[in-house]
Unconditional design. Structure first.
Length: 69
């Protein structure tokens, strides 16, 4: 499963690394690719993942997930 989230507040590679490192600790996560230039985080997992937990982890780091209309 792959999801892409729009995330605001990332300004540098350090921001990307912080998000990647935290999300990689979650169960079933295969890879995380954060890109501050695109303002997005791409997450690949083995099974379904709890999107709310991912959003909480990103918010705990001081970033915001932008909800689609």
């Amino acid at each position: 499963m792959k999801i892409v989230l729009k995330v605001s507040g990332m300004h540098c590679e350090g921001c990307e690394k912080r998000i990647q490192n935290v999300l990689m600790t979650l169960p079933n996560i295969i890879s995380v690719n954060a890109n501050h230039e695109l303002g997005q985080v791409e997450i690949s997992s083995q099974d379904n993942i709890d999107l709310e937990i991912i959003k909480e982890k990103i918010a705990d780091l001081g970033f915001s997930v932008i909800e689609k209309d």
